[in-house]
Design a protein around this ligand. Structure first.
Ligand SMILES: Nc1ncnc2c1ncn2[C@@H]1O[C@H](COP(=O)(O)OP(=O)(O)OP(=O)(O)O)[C@@H](O)[C@H]1O
Length: 264
């Protein structure tokens, strides 16, 4: 059953629909503490790839291990090790619930006690160094806090892989570096990995893995890079608006890792 200690190990992973390739093929290795940013144009397959890396997309070609479990042969065993914080229009915290109510709802859905969920919420707040008023409704939160709370709710049940789609949808560009830093810090809670999607990844913090998908969900020749790799060192300075992948071909899947240390 166990192929490696990596949280995710994908080889030649791809998904295809009648219309053509949705994403891939790609090789990817994700370790504990990794923040991954899947980016690309609308329709490039970001949501589908996030679903796949959470063990919730079928059919897939290639191989995919989540926490050492073969997610293609045994998806129900694999999804126990992953959690979805936000996915397209299908999964998202309910706007009109308060934080307290959201914690209780997520506890119920994840089969843990409310007391255990509240303890975890306290641990998360301690890790991040700030508290959120539990009586505030989700829709009243500022956009950055809303993304971080979404991730936190998905981590009330200890998990290895958290996916959170469209993180840049509501958070202004000027705060995206801070948002990614918060998400990177959250990975320290259990040594999990957080996999996000965004249109751009120019605010990716140092140490994160960027996966740029080709622009079209149609057949294309993908450049496959075995990761983690240091294809290039990227200036993760939040003041630098340049997309480090901007000069790369747009029809390829490109995986890069910034400098080797988080936050360095
Ligand atoms: N299960 C599926 N079966 C068939 N086609 C699919 C499936 N999932 C996604 N697709 C198609 O794959 C393409 C990529 O969709 P996806 O939603 O993953 O892209 P995206 O990059 O997340 O887009 P957006 O930025 O708009 O959220 C779309 O054309 C979509 O219709």
């Amino acid at each position: 059953m166990t192929e490696s200690q990596s949280l995710i190990q994908a080889r030649a992973l791809s998904a295809t629909a009648q219309q053509g390739t949705i994403f891939g093929p790609l090789d990817l290795t994700v370790e504990a503490g990794d923040l991954v940013i899947v980016h690309g144009a609308r329709g490039s397959g970001k949501s589908a790839l996030l679903l796949a890396l959470a063990g919730r997309f079928r059919p897939l070609s290639g191989s995919l291990y989540i926490n050492g479990i073969d997610a293609i042969a045994d998806p129900y065993a694999a999804i126990v090790h992953s959690s979805v914080a936000r996915l397209g229009n299908y999964v998202a915290p309910e706007d009109r619930l308060t934080i307290s109510e959201s914690i209780a709802e997520r506890a119920y859905l994840d089969g843990i006690s409310i007391a255990a969920a509240e303890d975890r919420a306290n641990d998360i707040e301690q890790l991040l160094g700030y508290c959120v008023d539990r009586n505030v409704e989700i829709e009243q939160l500022d956009p950055l806090t809303r993304v971080v709370v979404s991730a936190g709710l998905a981590m009330l049940r200890p998990t290895s892989v958290v996916v959170i789609d469209d993180v840049d949808m509501v958070v202004p560009h000027s705060r995206q570096f801070e948002m990614f830093e918060c998400l990177a810090r959250l990975t320290e809670l259990d040594g999990c990995a957080i996999i996000t999607s965004a249109i751009d990844a120019d605010t990716a913090p140092a140490g994160s893995i960027r996966i740029r998908l080709g622009h079209k969900a149609v057949p294309y020749v993908a450049a496959i890079h075995d990761t983690p790799v240091d294809i290039e060192t990227v200036d993760a300075d939040p003041d630098s608006p340049d997309d480090p992948d901007a000069d790369q071909p747009v029809d390829e899947t490109i995986i890069t890792r910034t400098t080797s240390q988080h936050g360095s």
